[in-house]
Write a new protein. Structure first.
Length: 54
């Protein structure tokens, strides 16, 4: 296996990983759009439920 073959395999791996991450992010954003109120995110925790109970 030459250095060019190894470089090609690494670039293919990086490309496939990037494509997978983009697809997963797209699917997660489309799925969560209908169920939340537009302000929920990964940074919000259970402490946000206190405001809704009042």
């Amino acid at each position: 296996m030459t250095q060019n073959d190894l470089l090609f395999l690494v670039l293919i791996l990086i490309g496939l990983t990037s494509l997978t991450v983009i697809i997963v992010q797209f699917v997660r954003s489309r799925r969560g759009r209908g169920s939340d109120d537009g302000r929920a995110g990964w940074w919000e925790g259970p402490w946000d439920d206190d405001d809704r109970r009042r």
